[in-house]
Write a protein that binds this ligand. Sequence first.
Ligand SMILES: [Zn+2]
Length: 300
Amino acid sequence: MCGGGGADGRGDGDMGGGILILTLPILDNHMHLNPSGRCLDAVREFARAGGTHIVLVSLPPWSLGIDINSPEDYRKVFDKILKIARRAQEAEKVKVFVVLGVHPAELTKYYGRLGLSRSVEIMRGGLEIARKYVVEGRAVGLKSGRPHYEVEPGIWDASNDIMRYGFELAKDAGCAVQLHTESATEEGLAGIAGIARSVGLPDGRVIKHFSPPMVKICEKHGIFPSVLAGENAIETALGEGTRFMMETDYIDDLERPGSVLGPKTVPRRTKQLIGKWGEDVFWKVHKENPEKVYGVEIDI
Ligand SMILES: [Zn+2]
């Protein structure tokens, strides 16, 4: 049936001369879900607001109550994330892509107990396991980065080594890497891009998570910004172009309500801005960009 019931997915043919109705996908490029948080309720809220695709990023192990003493322990973290992704997809009409890896703050947390070199070894091992999940088609990308707070030089260098290794593994697997890093500056982004290029990771495969709307600067350095959808950030980003994705970094932590954007933010912001900017720019942001960066298909 045409019309009446509203949009029913992306049409791919001529509908008898009628109007072709396409439903805009809406993707949140960085969300967390935790069984101890709102979990599926948050997904429902996202879906009801018009969200269709989630990039679900692995939580630090302690958020899931998992202790890391060897690389193999990361399997517990990753399997839990994959299970949440499956449940979210079963419960709501959303597609969930998973990004797995290590959190830069883990190093700070582990090295006192395990020693720096063993901690690095374990985190590198965790990334290797994440890479296997990508190769097996269970995840679409890796997560790595370096601390967003000041650390001593030894920790900083070790963090950069882990991140570089993440880039090598991503190059190997042909996938993207989401980065959690210090606040973005052009100098910092150029440095990260230099590390990625030094191991041969193609431009556009490094995603700066929690990015300010630095669309042009990111493009210049081959970094893909995932812009935090707060206040006027998306409008500012659109003023510079459409080479970005949108995210909330929803952390799903009941003890920290309001510390991040809620699950409705990306769909709501998108719909608010369509009036002024039109839908075309959001087809780029929510479909073409993630398809290119992750090598996935975004369809409804
Ligand atoms: Zn996050």
